[in-house]
Design a protein. Structure first.
Length: 492
C-alpha cells in the first residue's frame, strides 16, 4: 500500500473525520486526494498573493498583474500542449473502450495516466540509451583511420570525421558546407560531379574509385574511395569512405620497376645461355673429334690406361653436351610457345616408354586411367620423360625394378599424378634439394647425370600453377607426386 503524506491541516482533518487514518485511504483515491491537496495549496498561495496585492500600490499591482498574465499564458500554453500529447499517447496505447460504462471509463482514466507516465519514463530512458550509443559510434568513427565524408547530391559536404580533418589539414568548419570538388581534384567541374552521381545511382551497391585530394598546404596525395548513393526522406546523399594510398602507389611503382628489371635479367640470362651453349659446343666437338682420331689411329700404341682415359674423356664431353642442352631447356622451361592442345597422357607415356632401351628388365605400368590435358606437348613430354628416366636410372632392384603411374583424388580442384618406383628411396633431407639445378645425390660420373632434369620438371609445373614433391621410404619406394589445376583437363 502506498503511504500518503498530507500537509494541509484542513484536508487532513476532513479525511480523518470521513475516512479515518491516512493509511486507510484506498490506493485508487490517492491521485484524487493529491490533486485536492494541490488545490488547497494553490488556494493558500492565491490567498497570500491576494493579501500581498492588497498591500501594493496601483502601479505595482498593474505590473504584477501583467507579469502574472504572461506567466499564466505560458502555463496555459504548456498545459494545452501537455494535454494534447497525453491525448495522443492515450489514443495510441491506452484508449478507453467507448462501449464501457462511463463510471468504468473514469475509473480507468487515472490508471491510463499512470501508464502514460511510465511510457514517458521508459521512452526517456531509451532516448538516453540511444544517445549514449550514438556517442559511442561517433567516437569510433572519429577514431577510425579511414576518412568518412557525407555530402548532399550537389556535392556540398555535410559531415566529416576527424580522419578527414587530419588528412586535409583544414579545420572542420573550413570543410563543412564546401564542395567536394574543392578538395578532390578528380572532380574539376560540376559536370564531372553530376556524372559521378549518375554512376552511383546506377550502382546501388556502391563503387570503388581512385581520387586525388589536395591538402591545405597544397600537397596532393592519392586516395582510394568507396562511395555509395543514399536516399533519405527524398533527399539524396553520397557517403564516401577513403584512405591515403600513397605508400601503396609507391610500392606499385617499385614492383613495376622490379618486374621490368627481372624481365630484363631473364632475357639476358636466356641470351647468355644460348650464346654460351653455342660457344662451348664448338670446342667440345673439336675435343670429341680429336679423341676419336687418337682412339682410331693410335689404337695399337695405347695401353689399357690410355684407352681408359680416352673413354673417360669422351664420357665427360658427352656429359658436357647434355649439360649445355639442359641449361638451354631450363632457360626455356618458363617460356610459352602458345602450342597448347589436348594431349592424351596415357598415349604420350606409351610413346616415351617405347623409345627407351634399358640394359636390364624394368616394368612400367599405368595402373589407372590418365586424363587428357590441355598443355604444351613438348613441356608435358619433358615432365614425363625426366620422371620415367630417373626411376629407371636410379633403381637398385635389378631385373625386378618397376614404376607404377596412376592418379588419385587426394587434392580437390587438381589433377593428382603419381610416379611411384620401388627403388632405393630418398632421405627426407634431400626431398627439396633434388629439385635445385645441378644437384644430384650420386656421383655424376657413375650415372652420367647433369642435375638439370628435375629442376626443369619443377619449373614447368610451377609455371602451370601446380606443385611437385616427394614421398619416399628408404630402400622401399620413391613416389614423385605432382598436381596440375583441374581446369587443364580436356572435356570433349
Amino acid at each position: 500500500m502506498i503511504k500518503l503524506k498530507i500537509e494541509n491541516k484542513l484536508l487532513k482533518r476532513q479525511i480523518r473525520r470521513l475516512i479515518g487514518d491516512e493509511d486507510h485511504i484506498p490506493e485508487h483515491m490517492i491521485p484524487f486526494i493529491e490533486a485536492v491537496e494541490k488545490s488547497y495549496m494553490h488556494y493558500e498561495e492565491d490567498r497570500k498573493l491576494l493579501e500581498r496585492s492588497m498591500e501594493l500600490s496601483s502601479e505595482e499591482l498593474e505590473e504584477a498583474n501583467s507579469s502574472l498574465k504572461e506567466e499564466s499564458d505560458r502555463n496555459n500554453s504548456l498545459l494545452f500542449k501537455l494535454r494534447e500529447s497525453i491525448k495522443e499517447l492515450s489514443s495510441i496505447r491506452f484508449a478507453v473502450n467507448e462501449d464501457a460504462p462511463v463510471n468504468e471509463a473514469k475509473a480507468e482514466e487515472g490508471d491510463d495516466l499512470l501508464k502514460i507516465a511510465d511510457v514517458i519514463k521508459m521512452q526517456t530512458k531509451q532516448i538516453k540509451e540511444v544517445e549514449e550509443r550514438l556517442l559511442l559510434i561517433q567516437s569510433l568513427i572519429d577514431q577510425s583511420k579511414d576518412s568518412l565524408l557525407i555530402a548532399s547530391e550537389d556535392g556540398t559536404i555535410t559531415y566529416v570525421n576527424e580522419a578527414v580533418v587530419n588528412s586535409l589539414g583544414f579545420e572542420k568548419s573550413e570543410i563543412i558546407n564546401n564542395k567536394i570538388k574543392d578538395f578532390d581534384k578528380v572532380f574539376k567541374t560540376d559536370e564531372d560531379w553530376n556524372n559521378h552521381i549518375e554512376t552511383l545511382k546506377a550502382n546501388p551497391d556502391g563503387v570503388i574509385l581512385e581520387g586525388e585530394n589536395e591538402r591545405k598546404d597544397g600537397v596532393c596525395y592519392p586516395i582510394e574511395v568507396s562511395a555509395r548513393y543514399m536516399d533519405f526522406n527524398g533527399q539524396g546523399y553520397v557517403m564516401a569512405v577513403s584512405r591515403d594510398i600513397t605508400e601503396r602507389k609507391k610500392a606499385e611503382e617499385q614492383r613495376i620497376l622490379l618486374i621490368e628489371d627481372l624481365e630484363s635479367l631473364n632475357q639476358e640470362l636466356k641470351d647468355f645461355a644460348y650464346v654460351v651453349s653455342h660457344d662451348l659446343k664448338a670446342p667440345l666437338r673439336g675435343i670429341e673429334t680429336i679423341a676419336h682420331y687418337i682412339k682410331t689411329d693410335y689404337a695399337d700404341k695405347l695401353d689399357d690406361t690410355g684407352k681408359k682415359y680416352l673413354n673417360l674423356l669422351s664420357q665427360r664431353v658427352m656429359r658436357m653436351f647434355k649439360l649445355i642442352d639442359g641449361i638451354l631447356k631450363y632457360s626455356k622451361a618458363d617460356k610459352s610457345t602458345n602450342d597448347e592442345r589436348p594431349i592424351d597422357c596415357s598415349a604420350l607415356i606409351n610413346e616415351i616408354t617405347a623409345g627407351i632401351e634399358t640394359e636390364r628388365k624394368f616394368d612400367i605400368e599405368i595402373k589407372s586411367a590418365l586424363p587428357t590435358v590441355v598443355f604444351e606437348e613438348t613441356k608435358l613430354k619433358q615432365i614425363f620423360q625426366n620422371l620415367i628416366s630417373n626411376a629407371i636410372k636410379y633403381n637398385n632392384k635389378g631385373d625386378e625394378g618397376k614404376l607404377e603411374i596412376y592418379m588419385d583424388n587426394e587434392h580437390p580442384g587438381f589433377l593428382s599424378f603419381n610416379f611411384k618406383d620401388n627403388g632405393a628411396g630418398i632421405e627426407e633431407k634431400y626431398h627439396k634439394k633434388i629439385f635445385e639445378i645441378f644437384q644430384t645425390l650420386v656421383r655424376k660420373d657413375e650415372y652420367n647425370s647433369t642435375g638439370v632434369g628435375l629442376s626443369i620438371v619443377k619449373k614447368i609445373i610451377d609455371r602451370a600453377k601446380g606443385k611437385i614433391w616427394i614421398e619416399s621410404e628408404k630402400d622401399k619406394f620413391t613416389n614423385f607426386k605432382f598436381i596440375l589445376p583441374e581446369s587443364l583437363k580436356y572435356i570433349s
